[in-house]
Write a protein that binds this ligand. Sequence first.
Ligand SMILES: Cc1ncc(COP(=O)(O)O)c(C=O)c1O
Length: 370
Amino acid sequence: MSNLKTPYYLCEEKLLRKNLEILKYVSEKSGAKVLLALKGFAFSGFADLVSDYLSGCTCSGLHEAKFAKEYFRGQIHTYSPAFKEEEIEEILSLSHHLIFNSFAQLEKYKDKAQKKVSIGLRLNPEVSSSPVDLYNPCGLHSRLGITKKNFEEGKLDGVEGLHFHALCEQDADALEEVLKSFEEKFGKFISKMKWINFGGGHHITRKDYDVEKLIKLIYDFKEKYSVEVFIEPGEAVGWQSGTLVTTVLDIVDNGMKIAILDSSAEAHMPDTLAMPYRAEVRGAGEANEKKYTYRLGGNTCLAGDIMGDYSFDKPLHVGDKIIFEDQIHYTIVKNTTFNGIKLPNLTILRENGDMEIVREFGYEEYKRRN
Ligand SMILES: Cc1ncc(COP(=O)(O)O)c(C=O)c1O
């Protein structure tokens, strides 16, 4: 590991497989099909492995659908808040399910779509339990999904499925609440459908998630309505499946010791600032918990590009590696070349101990985007 140039994301086959085993178990026991939400975890290096366990990918538009087709096996379901005229034909040629966000979009593309895909509508069950507004699909004035008020039941001709996505890092109890509201609002249409998609945000692979409750909820729903059920987790696939490895470049002192790393919270770990949350650092504690406390900061000019304050048993030195835990989902897919900072390479650790570099980045990525 010490020979590899930092920064790099390291995704571990063993950890990823553990998640996939759980998701496959959910699928087998409940009868639901599990799709990977590419928006959270689009990692070509393990596309084959993911395809061995899951039924396909859920995509947010043309580029993700193309990526799914190029690297993964199985079904491709595509939902977008709005589809563009210039992309719709290609999306239709790639997708098995196409999910519209409004009746206007359904009307616009129905004739083309009906011949090629199974059509669905995204509904908004208006249950708002997501922990932060940024990730709350059912918040006030949400543009995501059709509300009961806007639901035009006379226009369901050709619609084979209904979709909702209302959760974010939540447990099965939260899904139960969403299902209650979904059934109250749209119950009479469910049996007329071929499939219902329960979206993502199910934190299934988190240690204390109640997997058996999820299985029961899905199983009972399928029994009650005789429909196929899909779930489309992103985070739960990549959850705790690897790290971001960085190096200390310099240590400065301005009232406290600050280590400057060859990475960036803003560019490489964006949700630590957006959510926000504190990433765990391997071997480190909270500030002042251990003998030597440092603020860890990124190598950009953004003042707030700070990972946080951490303490260590030994003093840090230039050249030391700092390893951020759980940095695979919603990092690689969201990172940027802000400040011209190099994107972290994508590497994998095989179960047999082999390490491979999947993607190496340099100046070209910055150049092409600016
Ligand atoms: C429509 C849809 N499906 C699935 C997901 C995946 O959610 P998560 O990664 O939280 O499981 C998202 C996330 O935003 C989404 O918007």
